[in-house]
Ligand binder design. Structure first.
Ligand SMILES: Cc1cc2nc3c(=O)[nH]c(=O)nc-3n(C[C@H](O)[C@H](O)[C@H](O)COP(=O)(O)OP(=O)(O)OC[C@H]3O[C@@H](n4cnc5c(N)ncnc54)[C@H](O)[C@@H]3O)c2cc1C
Length: 279
């Protein structure tokens, strides 16, 4: 299918891009890598009046370690660049699981975060790391925590005229990542990221809910006393009880629950067990 007609602009600054969205009166869309938006347009699931292409806005395509605790990733950083960076191995590992090489070459960090696909890897990692998302809108700039950003499938708390400019990912002390996908390049059926940040273990599970899920009961039992294998197994079991799994063409609800427990166990073992992790 072909997209419905639309206007197109390629602003030279973020302020200009925000003005273009504002003047579209709710009928404009940012385009970055186009890897999610173009299929939406082609299938006519969306018919924006104007596309605001941010690819020529300078300064959005860098990865910078801003201090010992934080790595700042610009909105236009491609998934392939995330794989190559060495500041944050968890991010590198997660990005390897995104689609295929062509998608990773075009798709962007800001696009993945703004698109908020419940099965996408980067929102899961952002949630595990308590990432801060920088946005620019008509009222100026602000930051939104990952826990407040994702509100539903393909839905964020951002205003329609706000643009993601960068994401600050915290550098964890230890981390683990495990994903189960039916075929290489498919969206994960279950994706789990675990990060220990300043002594606290955060677990984030994707693909089994509307947004990345934090199983708080599982995190809490890991907060007290020594981390034993029994405790890790119990945390994984509790994590599986935190999801509301549904059956569909790809898997039954029971299977999803079982996979959530198994892949949480694997990610926890990598991060805080005795096995090597993606630290
Ligand atoms: C075949 C296929 C397989 C895929 N597999 C996976 C996978 O396994 N895992 C995965 O995570 N993703 C997967 N993707 C999606 C891919 O990662 C996309 O790159 C990503 O979801 C969106 O990034 P983008 O830059 O392409 O965004 P675009 O397609 O340009 O935009 C997507 C949405 O985000 C908005 N947007 C984009 N940038 C910004 C911004 N800076 N600020 C505000 N809004 C913005 C757009 O308006 C649009 O609504 C797949 C895509 C395809 C086509």
């Amino acid at each position: 299918m072909k997209a419905a007609p639309f206007d197109y602009c390629r602003p030279a600054s973020i302020a200009e891009a925000v003005r273009a969205l504002e003047s579209a009166d709710g009928d404009g869309k940012v385009i970055a890598g186009g890897q999610s938006l173009v299929p939406v347009l082609a299938m006519r699931l969306g018919r924006p009046a104007i596309l605001v292409d941010i690819n020529r806005v300078p300064g959005l395509d860098t990865i910078e370690k801003i201090d010992d605790t934080t790595v700042r990733v610009g909105a236009l950083v491609r998934h392939s660049m995330l794989i190559d960076q060495t500041h944050l191995p968890l991010l590198s590992e997660a990005a390897k699981w995104i689609g295929h090489s062509a998608i990773r070459t075009r798709g962007t960090t800001g696009g993945s975060i703004a698109h908020a696909d419940p099965s996408a890897e980067l929102p899961v990692v952002a949630t595990a790391l308590g990432a801060l998302v920088h946005v620019h809108g008509p009222g100026g700039t602000r930051t939104v925590g990952a826990d407040e950003l994702f509100v539903g499938p393909l839905e964020t708390s951002l205003d329609e005229n706000e643009i993601v400019t960068a994401v600050d990912f915290r550098i964890p002390d230890r981390a683990g990542f495990a994903e189960f996908a039916r075929r290489h390049g498919d969206f994960g059926l279950v994706t789990v990221a675990v990060a220990e940040v300043r002594g606290a273990v955060r677990i984030s599970i994707g693909g089994v809910g509307a947004i990345p899920i934090r199983p708080h009961a599982a995190e809490e039992i890991l907060a007290d006393g020594p981390t034993t294998d029994t405790k890790i197994a119990e945390a994984a079991r509790l994590a599986a009880t935190a999801i509301t799994a549904a059956s569909d063409l790809h898997a039954s609800a029971d299977y999803r629950v079982a996979m959530t427990e198994e892949f949480t166990l694997r990610a926890l073992n990598q991060a805080i067990g005795n096995k090597a992790g993606v630290h």
